[in-house]
Design a binder for this molecule. Structure first.
Ligand code: APR
Length: 172
């Protein structure tokens, strides 16, 4: 196991220089609004052309692409669950997003990775709960981690930033 630094910042994820940034995509992987739209705009049209060759991604899983015009090297696209009240396996699917991204990152010797608040926008996941799931899943991954050095939880607004910080401070 190697120590994993988990930090939270408020930023536009498209401007970060971590080895990888995570995209909160939809199952088509063909772009959308929110952070998905911002990443596609900043990465350029080559990203969409590449994503067309992937053939989509199921909810709870992740796919990796180059980052093209972005400052990072990789984009890991993951499809979060749409919040449906909490009894449709949403928590397990969201944890699966974080885990799938971390497994892909390790497989590509990625040392630093930045996550947005997956499913906390259009997909309506209650952000406080989602942030706790994110921190818990990342910490569980740490026990077998040998490559990752730093995980950034990236908020785009003050409220989400405070929820991420609370989740980090509250983690055992
Ligand atoms: N940098 C960092 N975070 C951002 C950025 C950005 N540039 N833009 C938005 N966010 C934040 C939002 O404020 C929210 O907290 O990312 C979080 C996730 O929100 P969404 O982007 O709406 O993603 P999600 O809720 O997972 O819904 C995914 O939305 O954009 C479509 O194609 C996407 O269908 C998919 C759905």
């Amino acid at each position: 196991m190697s120590d994993l630094r988990i930090e939270t910042i408020k930023a536009d994820i498209t401007r970060l220089t971590t080895d990888a940034i995570v995209n909160a995509a939809n199952s088509s992987l063909l772009g959308g609004g929110g952070v998905d739209g911002a990443i596609h705009r900043a990465a350029g049209p080559a990203l969409l052309a590449h994503c067309r060759t992937i053939g989509g991604c199921p909810t709870g899983e992740a796919r990796i692409t180059p980052a093209f015009a972005l400052p990072s090297k990789w984009i890991i696209h993951t499809v979060g669950p749409v919040w449906q009240g909490g009894n449709k396996g949403e928590a397990d699917l969201l944890a699966g997003c974080y885990r799938s991204c971390l497994v892909l990152a390790a497989a590509h010797s990625i040392r630093t990775i930045a996550f947005p608040a997956i499913s906390c926008g259009v997909y309506g996941y209650p952000a406080a709960t989602a942030c706790r799931i994110a921190v818990r899943t990342i910490k569980m991954f740490e026990t077998n981690n040998t490559t990752l050095e730093r995980v950034l939880l990236v908020a785009y607004d003050d409220h989400t930033a405070s929820l991420m910080k609370q989740a980090l401070d509250g983690a055992d």
